[in-house]
Structure formats: structure tokens, C-alpha cells
Design a binder for this molecule. Structure first.
Ligand code: PLP
Length: 387
């Protein structure tokens, strides 16, 4: 039996992969950190860490030109909630690619929002459809006074796609151009960075932004860039509910106003975020030895995923099973019109995968490297039967 339905990173023996440095730090929390409330927006040192996690080495360059604000949330999901509740008027749509994490729809539903999608891939399998994005943006700008984009990159769930540098630059340019052309429409681009620390370029969006600013990019007043940061995967702390929302804009007062609104939403939704996981994260990242142990373990887990991905890609290629482009993170993807039929067929051979809208999600995070030949065999058989 091979179970590729689980969305958490498992060791080859099926147990949960753990980055013990962080989990041990939570376990060693001071009583007061467990018992006391967190400030509503999170501990100041944790807010600082959120900015660091979002921007990485580009932080000093970017903060030469821009201001940053951060708020702790119960995981990246909390950050999604804050943007849905505050950055687009009820009744509107949020823009996203047509393959996306299913729970996005729940956040939208709660906020009285719909979605408008653009295609995941461009012509000839390109990693981006800039024209599709521009068209979706243009329609939305003509209908709404606020536009919000959720872009889960790099290491996209459910495909493992990571946008290349040029594609990121093209999307950023489209967003900036639209904001300049429509100065009365608020533009927010939120990078959902849930899996970013498992990617080859974990701070690629910060680099793209720094390069654009270096090249003279004019920052429109009506543009905000945000990162939904999650410690669930990067620190293997899914249950700790730790993450946050980081935003960049040239005007700190504009950010302060938005973050006041975020804090009110947080207060009315989850009260304050858990405090001990924030303190523990600060403790790990402030201590060179602990930070290095955490980072070494992250490297081991990233390598585990890379080996599984390479094994699956090779096994599929040799059997004529054509997967979507997939680079980083927890998943790979088979595009298919009848995903349930494919998945049922695979299940009858005891390989379990997830049927989603438009295709089959393959949880590399949960399947041992040694099982990939069998997974590819079974998918090839299923495709032969289903077509
Ligand atoms: C694409 C994506 N975004 C955000 C999240 C949020 O995760 P959490 O709220 O646990 O940080 C997840 C979790 O699975 C995800 O897959």
C-alpha cells in the first residue's frame, strides 16, 4: 500500500518528520509563555522574525526603500483570513490560479467573496500565463475598488510548481502597471509562502522585488505586497498554529492603518495568536547554534523531498506518464479531466492519491522514494484504462 493522500511530510517509515530543534524549544517553553496572552498582533521579536522569514537576505536592501509591518496569526491560514476580510470589499472576487489549495474557498466564503482564476500554466507549458493574469486583473479592476491576488509560490500546493525569476518579474510588472493605470483601485499581491523554505529560491519574491526597485520601479501608492508566512511546514509545527502576515509599502502610516484593521479581525476571530510557539521560534532563530541545527534539519528534509521528486519524475517519464512541471515542496500533479476515475483505479491497486479539480495530487511528502516506481506503474495502468 502507498498512501500519497497525506499533506504532511512523513519519514519513509510513515512517521511524521519532525524538526526537533523547534519542537523541543516549544516543549521547553517558560510557564509564562504558555499561560499568558500574546499581544494581539504578536510578540514584537516574533514580528521581526516574520519579516526576516519573508524577506531573507534581501531585507536590508528592501527596507532601505520601504517600510514593513508584521502581525502574528495562527498559521498561514490566519494570514489568508486577514487579507480576505480586509483587502477586498464583500461581494468581490480574489484572484488566484486555477489550480489552488482547496481551503482558499472556505476563506472566501466566510468573507462573502468569490474567486476569479487564471490558468496555472502558460502557452507550451510555460510556468506562467502572464496574459491570462493581465486579463483577470483588468476585468477585476473594472469591477472593484480593491484587487487582491493570492499567489501560492514557490513550491505550489498542489503541483510543486515554482515560478522562475523572469515569470515572477512579469507578474510583478503586470501588478505595478495595473496599479499605476488605476490609481483609485487598491492593489494587494499576497505571496502565500507556506512551502517556501523547501524551495530552491526561498526568498525569490524578495529578490524579484529588490531587482525591480534597483532597476527604477516606481512604487504606486495603491500597491501593497504581502507574505503569508507559515511555520507549519518549515518548522514542522502544523499543530502549533504559528505564522503571520508581513506587508511592504513605502508609507508606514498607510501600513499602520491596515494593520489596525487586521488586529480587529484577529481579535474577533481567534482572539490572540498562541504565544509559546512565537517565543520558541524567536529563541531558535536568535541562537546561532539552534538556528543552524534547525536549518541543517530543514536541508535534510528538503533533500528527502528532492530525491522523492526525482525518483517519481524519472519513473513517470520512462512509462510515458506526463506530469505537470514540478520543482519544489510537498506535491506533484497529474493534470486530468477525470481525476476521480484515475484515483479510483489507482486505489484498486492500493496506491492512494487525491482527486482535485482538474487533476490528481500526488503527495511526495508522504511516499517513500522506493515506492515511486510502483506509483508510476499504477498511474500508467490507470491512464491506460481511463484514457
Ligand atoms: C497552500 C497553503 N497555504 C497555506 C497553508 C496554511 O497552513 P497553516 O495555516 O497551517 O500555516 C497551507 C497548509 O496546508 C497550504 O497548503
Amino acid at each position: 500500500m502507498v498512501n500519497g493522500t497525506i499533506g504532511a511530510l512523513l519519514e519513509d517509515d510513515g512517521s511524521l518528520a519532525i524538526n526537533a530543534t523547534y519542537v523541543d524549544a516549544i516543549k521547553a517553553s517558560q510557564a509564562v509563555d504558555v499561560a499568558a496572552y500574546s499581544p494581539l498582533a504578536g510578540l514584537p521579536d516574533f514580528n521581526d522574525l516574520l519579516v526576516e522569514l519573508a524577506l531573507g537576505p534581501e531585507r536590508p536592501t528592501l527596507l532601505d526603500h520601504l517600510s514593513a509591518r508584521a502581525m502574528a496569526t495562527p498559521g498561514g491560514g490566519g494570514a489568508l483570513k486577514l487579507t480576505a476580510a480586509n483587502l477586498v470589499e464583500s461581494g468581490g472576487v480574489v484572484l488566484m490560479r486555477d489550480r489552488h489549495w482547496g481551503p482558499y474557498l472556505g476563506f472566501l466564503g466566510e468573507a462573502g467573496l468569490g474567486r476569479r482564476t487564471w490558468p496555472l500554466l502558460g502557452p507550451n507549458g510555460a510556468d506562467v500565463d502572464v496574459k491570462g493574469f493581465e486579463a483577470a486583473l483588468q476585468t477585476t479592476v473594472s469591477e472593484q475598488s480593491q484587487v487582491l491576488v493570492w499567489l501560492n509560490d514557490p513550491a505550489h500546493n498542489p503541483t510543486g510548481l515554482s515560478l522562475q525569476a523572469e515569470s515572477r518579474a512579469d507578474l510583478l510588472e503586470a501588478m505595478v502597471d495595473s496599479a499605476l493605470e488605476h490609481p483609485k483601485v487598491g492593489h494587494s499581491l499576497m505571496i502565500d509562502a507556506a512551502y517556501t523554505l523547501y524551495a530552491d529560491e526561498p526568498h525569490g519574491w524578495a529578490t524579484t522585488l529588490a531587482e525591480a526597485m534597483d532597476a527604477g520601479m516606481m512604487w504606486p501608492e495603491n500597491l501593497m505586497l504581502l507574505w503569508a508566512v507559515s511555520l507549519s511546514k518549515s518548522h514542522t509545527a502544523y499543530g502549533a498554529r504559528c505564522g503571520g502576515l508581513v506587508a511592504l509599502h513605502p508609507d508606514i502610516e498607510a501600513l499602520d492603518r491596515v494593520y489596525e484593521a487586521f488586529a480587529v479581525t484577529g481579535r474577533g476571530t481567534w482572539s490572540g495568536p498562541p504565544r509559546a510557539p512565537q517565543s520558541a521560534a524567536v529563541g531558535v532563530h536568535e541562537d546561532a547554534e539552534l538556528a543552524s541545527a534547525w536549518s541543517d534539519r530543514l536541508d535534510v528534509l528538503t533533500d528527502l523531498l528532492a530525491r522523492r521528486r526525482t525518483a517519481l519524475l524519472e519513473a513517470c517519464a520512462s512509462r510515458g506518464v506526463s506530469l505537470n512541471p514540478t520543482h519544489d515542496g510537498f506535491f506533484a500533479w497529474l493534470e486530468h479531466e477525470h481525476p476521480s476515475d484515475v484515483v479510483d483505479r489507482c486505489a484498486s491497486r492500493h496506491v492512494y492519491l487525491v482527486a482535485l479539480n482538474g487533476g490528481v495530487r500526488i503527495g511526495l511528502c508522504a511516499m517513500p522514494e522506493a515506492s515511486m516506481e510502483r506509483v508510476a506503474d499504477v498511474m500508467a495502468e490507470a491512464l491506460e484504462v481511463v484514457g
